[in-house]
Design a binder for this molecule. Structure first.
Ligand SMILES: Cc1cc2nc3c(=O)[nH]c(=O)nc-3n(C[C@H](O)[C@H](O)[C@H](O)COP(=O)(O)OP(=O)(O)OC[C@H]3O[C@@H](n4cnc5c(N)ncnc54)[C@H](O)[C@@H]3O)c2cc1C
Length: 689
C-alpha cells in the first residue's frame, strides 16, 4: 500500500484554534479522514491531508466482443433450480424503481424476498417524482438510433468516466424495459398512429426518450408497485414499511443481514438473509437544497461503507440546469423543471448586463440565446453539466435576470407561436402548472426563470459488473450505486438504469451468487446482530441526551452552504481544503450542541432526521476528499483550475481514467482504483458545438 498526499503536494494546514483535542471529541464520532489523533496534530500545524492507495479493483467484466458480452455472461452464470429458490432469502432495501423492480422479479422467480422502506407505502419512493422520461434505443422515431448510439452517447455524456461494458448492457436492456413496462400497462405517450412517442433529451441529436406527460417516474413506479404487490399478495415478498435500515450485518466477510429501526415503535429489529440488495437512492440532500425528496439521504450506503463497502466517486454530483431559482434562506427544497422543456423552450438572457426591462420590451436583437450561440449543433439540448456551467458563467458576468441576478429565461414564446398553446399544454401542462403555483407567474405568457440546482448523484457504492460491491453478498442497485453514468448522467437515463438493474441485471447476477456460494445457517441471535443493535441503541441514546441549542435542520443547512460553496458547481483546491477544515468543525458542534426532542419509543421524525444529518456530516468530508484528490475536471466535477480555453471541463486521462473507490478507515481513507479502458468510444475532448 502506498501513501499519497492530496493533489500530490505536501500541505501543512493549520486547523483553526477551535478544533478541540481528540480527548474532547464525543466518543461516537469516528473521523474518516485523519489518523487517530491526527486532528490534534493538525492543530499544531503538523498535519497533511493524506490518503493511502490500496489494491486495484477487478470489475469482473466479461471478455469477448462487447455486443455479446451480457448474453455470454448470462449463459455462463449459474442458475438456481426453481425448487431450490424458496430456500434462499434475499433482503431488498428500498422500494423505488430499482428496489420494487428487483423485489417483484425475484419474488416472481420464487425466492423468499424481504422488502423494506422507511415510507408508509412503496409508492412514496422518490422515483415517483421523475418527470421527463426514460431512454431506450427502440428507434421508433426512425432518426438513426441504435443500441450502439445510445451506448456511445452515454459514455461520451459521462465524460469518459464510466465502464464501457456496463453502459453497453444498459443500452441493450433499455429496449426490454419499454416492453416490460408497456406489458404492465404504463401509459406512455403515443403518436396518433399508435406507436409510442419519443422526445429529445440533452446530449443526443435524436429522439429516444419515452414519456408519460411530465409524470414518467410516477407511471413507471405504479407499474413496478403493482408487480411488487402481486408478489406480496402471493406471499413471495414480505413488505416491511416504516422501517429504516441503520446497519448492515456482515458475518464471515459476507453481507448477511440488516438492523432496522421500526419508525412507529422505535424498536430495533434484525433480519438475516443470504444476500442484501441496497436500492436506497442518491445523496443529493447532502447539499441541503436539492430537487430530491426531503427524505432522500445517505444513511444506508454510508453505514454499509463503514462496514467495509467501498464508496465510489462521491464527488460526482449532477447539477441540473433547469430548476426554479432559490428564493430565500428558509427554503427547504428546490423544484426541477424537467429537461424535456428544453425541447421547446429557448434559454436566453439580455445581452446587456443589469437590464431590468420587462421581457416584452427587450427586442429580439438584444437577447443572447447563449446555448444556441455557444453550441450551435446541440443548442438548448446540450448535456446538463454543460448547460449548467454556461448558465452560471453568464450570471457571473452580471447578465442574470430576476431580483437575485441568479437566473436565466426559458422561453416558450416561439414554440407557442409555432405549435399553439394547446400542444405545449398537452406536452408539459403539469410542469407549467407546477411552475405557476410556485412562482405565481404564468409561463404561457412570460418566460420561466430557471437556475441550476443539485439533482442527482453519479457517485455511490462501488459495484462490479454483477452489481455486487466488494463485500460478497452486498448488491447495490439504482442511484445508490456508482455504475453507469461516469461523471455526468444524461437526462432520462436514471430511470433506465434503475429498471435495468432491478428487472434484468440483478435477478440474474444475484442468482449466480446464490448458486455458487454456501450459506451457513444464521440466527438473528448471532453476535454480529447483537453488536450492531447495541451500537445503534447507544447512538440513539446519545442523540437524545445532548439536549443542545441547535436543530438538526440548522446543522444540515450549514453543511449545505459549505458543500454548495466549496464542492458545488465549481471546485478549487483552496475551497476544498477550506471545506475539509469546516466540515469536521461543524460535525463537532453537532455532537455537542444538537437538540433532538421527544423520545425513542414512538414516532420521532426529529430523531430520524438527526441520524441522517449525522451521516451527511461524515459523508461530506469524503465527498470533499474525493473532489480534492481528483485533480482534473470531468463532467459535473468542475475543478476551476482545469478548464479549456472555452471554459469546458479539461480531463486528465493519463492520471485519472479510473473510478475512485474509497475504503473506510478511522484513519486515512484508502483509495482503490477501478481502471477504465475505452476500446470502443475513444476518449476525446467532449464537444457539443
Ligand atoms: C425531480 C426529479 C425528476 C427526475 N426526473 C427524471 C427523469 O425524468 N428521468 C430519469 O431518468 N431520471 C429522473 N430523475 C432521477 C430518478 O428519479 C432517480 O435517480 C431514480 O428514480 C432513483 O431510483 P432508485 O430506485 O434508485 O431510488 P429511490 O426512488 O430514491 O428509492 C429509494 C428507496 O429506498 C428507501 N430507503 C432509502 N434509505 C433507506 C433506509 N435507510 N431504510 C429503508 N429504506 C430506505 C426509500 O424509502 C425508497 O423506497 C429525477 C429526479 C428528480 C429529483
Amino acid at each position: 500500500m502506498s501513501t499519497a498526499t492530496l493533489n500530490n503536494e505536501v500541505e501543512n494546514i493549520v486547523a483553526p484554534a477551535e478544533i478541540p483535542s481528540p480527548s474532547t471529541l464525543p466518543p461516537l464520532i469516528e473521523n474518516p479522514i485523519h489518523e487517530n489523533g491526527h486532528q490534534n496534530g493538525r492543530a499544531h500545524g503538523a498535519g497533511e491531508f493524506k490518503y493511502n492507495v490500496g489494491a486495484d479493483l477487478n470489475a469482473n467484466t466479461p471478455t469477448g466482443p462487447i455486443e455479446g458480452s451480457w448474453d455470454k455472461h448470462k449463459f455462463e452464470m449459474k442458475l438456481v433450480n426453481p425448487a431450490n429458490r424458496r430456500k434462499h432469502t434475499v433482503i431488498v432495501v428500498g422500494t423505488g424503481l430499482a428496489g420494487a423492480a428487483v423485489a417483484a422479479s425475484m419474488g416472481e422467480q420464487g425466492y423468499n424476498v424481504l422488502s423494506f422502506t422507511f415510507h408508509d407505502s412503496p409508492r412514496r419512493a422518490h422515483s415517483i417524482a421523475a418527470q421527463g422520461g426514460i431512454n431506450a434505443a427502440k428507434n421508433y422515431a426512425n432518426d438513426g438510433d441504435s443500441v450502439y448510439r445510445l451506448f456511445y452517447d452515454t459514455v461520451k455524456g459521462g465524460d469518459y468516466r464510466a465502464r464501457e461494458a456496463n453502459v453497453y448492457r444498459l443500452a441493450q436492456v433499455s429496449n426490454n424495459i419499454i416492453d416490460q413496462c408497456v406489458a404492465q400497462g404504463v401509459p406512455f405517450a403515443r403518436e396518433y398512429g399508435g406507436l409510442l412517442d419519443n422526445r429529445s433529451f440533452g446530449g443526443a441529436q435524436l429522439s429516444r426518450t419515452f414519456y408519460a406527460r411530465g409524470q414518467t417516474g410516477q407511471q413507471l413506479l405504479l407499474g413496478a408497485y403493482q408487480a411488487l404487490m402481486r408478489q406480496v399478495e402471493k406471499g413471495a415478498v414480505k413488505l416491511f414499511t416504516r422501517r429504516e435500515m441503520l446497519e448492515l450485518v456482515v458475518v464471515d466477510g459476507k453481507a448477511r443481514g440488516i438492523v432496522v429501526r421500526n419508525l412507529l415503535t422505535g424498536e430495533l429489529e434484525t433480519y438475516s438473509a443470504d444476500a442484501v440488495l441496497l436500492c436506497t437512492g442518491g445523496y443529493s440532500n447532502v447539499y441541503y437544497l436539492s430537487t430530491n425528496a426531503k427524505n432522500c439521504n445517505v444513511t444506508a450506503t454510508w453505514r454499509a461503507h463503514k462496514k467495509g463497502a467501498y464508496f465510489a466517486n462521491p464527488c460526482y454530483t449532477q447539477i441540473h440546469p433547469t430548476c426554479i431559482p432559490v428564493s430565500g434562506e428558509h427554503q427547504s427544497k428546490l423544484t426541477l423543471m424537467s429537461e424535456s422543456l428544453r425541447n421547446d423552450g429557448r434559454v436566453w438572457v439580455p445581452k446587456k448586463g443589469g437590464d431590468t426591462r420587462p421581457v416584452s420590451q427587450i427586442p429580439e436583437e438584444e437577447r443572447d440565446y447563449f446555448l444556441e450561440r455557444r453550441y450551435p449543433t446541440f443548442g438548448n439540448l446540450v448535456p446538463r453539466d454543460v448547460a449548467s456551467r454556461a448558465a452560471k458563467a453568464i450570471c457571473d458576468e452580471g447578465k442574470g435576470v430576476g431580483s437575485s441576478g441568479l437566473s436565466v429565461y426559458l422561453d416558450f414564446a416561439d414554440s407557442i407561436k409555432r405549435l399553439g398553446e394547446s400542444t405545449i399544454r398537452a406536452r408539459y401542462g403539469n410542469l407549467f402548472d407546477m411552475y405557476a403555483r410556485i412562482t405565481d407567474e404564468n409561463p404561457y405568457q412570460d418566460p420561466m426563470r430557471i437556475y441550476p440546482a443539485v439533482h442527482y448523484t453519479m457517485g455511490g457504492l462501488w459495484v462490479d459488473y454483477n452489481l455486487m460491491s466488494n463485500l460478497p453478498g452486498l448488491f447495490v442497485l439504482g442511484e445508490a450505486n456508482f455504475s453507469d453514468h461516469g461523471a455526468n448522467r444524461l437526462g432520462a437515463s436514471a430511470l433506465m438504469q434503475g429498471l435495468s438493474d432491478g428487472y434484468f441485471v440483478a435477478p440474474a447476477t444475484v442468482a449466480n451468487y446464490l448458486a455458487t456460494n454456501e450459506f451457513a445457517q444464521l440466527s438473528n441471535e448471532h453476535d454480529a446482530f447483537k453488536a450492531s443493535a447495541n451500537e445503534l441503541q447507544e447512538k440513539t441514546n446519545r442523540l437524545l441526551s445532548i439536549n443542545g441549542s441547535r436543530t438538526p435542520t440548522d446543522f444540515h443547512r450549514a453543511l449545505g452552504h459549505i458543500v454548495w460553496d466549496k464542492a458545488g458547481m465549481g471546485r478549487t483546491e483552496e475551497g476544498l481544503k477550506e471545506a475539509l477544515q469546516q466540515i469536521p468543525k461543524l460535525r463537532e458542534e453537532f455532537w455537542n450542541d444538537v437538540r433532538v426532542s421527544g423520545e425513542n419509543g414512538n414516532i420521532n421524525q426529529g430523531l430520524e432526521y438527526a441520524g441522517r444529518v449525522a451521516d451527511f456530516l461524515e459523508f461530506a468530508e469524503l465527498l470533499a476528499v474525493d473532489a480534492l484528490h481528483r485533480d482534473e475536471s470531468c463532467g459535473g466535477h468542475f475543478r476551476e483550475e482545469h478548464q479549456t480555453p472555452d471554459g469546458e471541463a479539461a480531463r486528465d486521462d493519463e492520471n485519472f481514467a479510473y473510478a475512485a473507490a474509497w475504503e473506510y478507515s478511522t484513519g486515512t481513507p484508502i483509495l482503490h482504483k477501478d481502471h477504465l479502458k475505452f476500446e470502443h468510444v475513444k476518449p476525446s475532448q467532449r464537444s457539443y458545438k
